[in-house]
Design a protein around this ligand. Structure first.
Ligand code: SF4
Length: 418
């Protein structure tokens, strides 16, 4: 059987230099398919989609809400050509009802151990309209090494620098933050993969630089320590979402190759200041993720917040506008208060105001978002700050003698031989 797997294009934030990371959802999904399936993959963010080159079954992997309108266009076109289309991925779970109008089938939940049945149904022309495994989680032992050989690695670089590979060591999250749909999808449960399987996967990746995409590594101290101890001998360098602010764990993270972390900055407190300082003292870079437009914020608050970010010398800052995505606590609250302006999903990028802010007008929040980007990157552009952060990883690799191997791997990925 031939399957064509597609990752639809989405609109990028205009304040960001445009680069594309190799997608993670499709390569994890590919690992769940039986080995006799002939699979071709198109990431529309880096290459044009050729509609004439269809498989027996079209699979759309959709992660983001703003990817959804394009996914529907693609599905409609294939279905008009007589192809069967199945949807999966996070955004398909969040927008299940709407997706049904564009799909022969929608898969909700995690695919490990379930695709044989779905493909059998397809072959017998008995594809179900919905496969609902939401909150019925497969054993994390079943999560295999992602099939990265479906990616055209040479297409994922920025100014000649090879992008990191994405990998995950756990699923779910035990927290329940107000702007986040992970609790809805993952049921507030932390589900680690067996560490030996994670290590096997890391060893298989022909890239020395990785992004460990787990929602938060700060979920279970004993697990986090064990993971970092196990990663250390591989001498990989990696980026991740938050790690626990604890001396022993931070030191282990450094030994395990932590390069920089994403850290939410929600206020100008000493707690945040201390946390950033402790990371930077250990040579771990910090990219702040900053949501603008929360109910306690007005124009002056945002100005003070940006000044604070400059003062604590964040390496990078990514500003987004609070966005009430489906199945988040903040959406439930705003719906009740009648504050949602529209459901034009392609505009749910995090770069546009789609709700009525509490202490500002819509225009004013939009202006403050532009102000934040312009002011934070006033002296040094994002590209220059990214380059400085990139130099950090080179320094780390030179220190532990892995730089040459890392550079060779990157050249191989770009198709430049040895
Ligand atoms: S924002 Fe992060 S830590 Fe909070 S619930 Fe979502 S995934 Fe978990």
């Amino acid at each position: 059987m031939k399957i064509k797997l597609i990752y639809p294009k989405w609109p990028k934030l205009k304040n960001q230099p445009e680069f594309n990371l190799p997608p993670h959802g499709p390569v994890c999904f590919a690992a769940t398919l039986p080995p006799d399936v002939e699979l071709s993959f198109c990431d529309e963010n880096v290459e044009a989609l050729d509609f004439s080159d269809g498989g027996d079954l079209i699979c759309l992997s959709v992660m983001l809400t703003c990817q959804m309108p394009r996914a529907w266009e693609i599905a409609d076109k294939y279905r008009a050509m007589g192809k069967k289309v199945i949807f999966g991925g996070i955004a398909s779970m969040l927008h299940h009802e709407e997706v049904l109008a564009h799909a022969d089938s929608v898969f909700l939940g995690e695919a490990e151990g379930r695709m044989e049945q779905v493909l059998r149904d397809f072959q017998e022309n008995k594809l179900k309209k919905t496969y609902n495994f939401l909150h019925d989680f497969p054993d994390t032992k079943l999560i295999g090494t992602a099939r990265r050989n479906i990616l055209k690695h040479e297409l994922y670089h920025f100014r000649g620098v090879q992008m990191v590979d994405l990998v995950h060591a756990s699923r779910g999250c035990r927290f329940n933050c107000f702007p986040c749909c992970t609790p809805y999808l993952g049921g507030c449960k932390f589900r680690p993969r067996p560490i030996e399987n994670v290590i096997k996967e890391l060893e298989s990746i022909d890239n020395s630089r990785l992004f460990i995409v787990d929602n938060s590594l700060s979920q279970d101290d004993a697990w986090e320590k064990e993971l970092f101890r196990a990663i250390a001998p591989l001498k990989k360098k990696w980026v991740s979402h938050p790690i626990k602010d604890d001396d022993e764990i931070l030191d282990l993270a450094v030994k395990a190759g932590c390069w920089y972390v994403y850290q939410a900055v929600v206020d100008t407190s000493d707690h945040i200041r201390r946390r950033i300082k402790r990371l930077k003292e250990r040579g771990i870079g910090v990219e702040g993720t900053i949501i603008l437009g929360m109910d306690n914020q007005d124009e002056d608050y945002i100005k003070r917040l940006v000044d604070f970010l400059l003062e604590i010398e964040l390496d990078l800052a990514e500003f987004t506008i609070l966005t009430p995505f489906a199945h988040t606590p903040i959406r439930a609250q705003m719906e009740q208060e009648g504050r949602i302006l529209h459901n034009d999903w392609i505009r749910y990028t995090g770069g546009e105001v789609v709700f009525k802010p509490a202490k500002m007008s819509v225009d004013s929040l939009q202006e403050m978002y532009e102000y934040a980007w312009k002011t934070f990157y006033g002296d040094f552009s994002k590209e220059i700050k990214m380059a400085k952060l990139y130099l950090k990883v080179i320094e780390k690799e030179k220190r532990d003698g892995t730089y040459k191997e890392s550079a060779l791997r990157a050249r191989r990925r770009r198709g430049e031989g040895q």
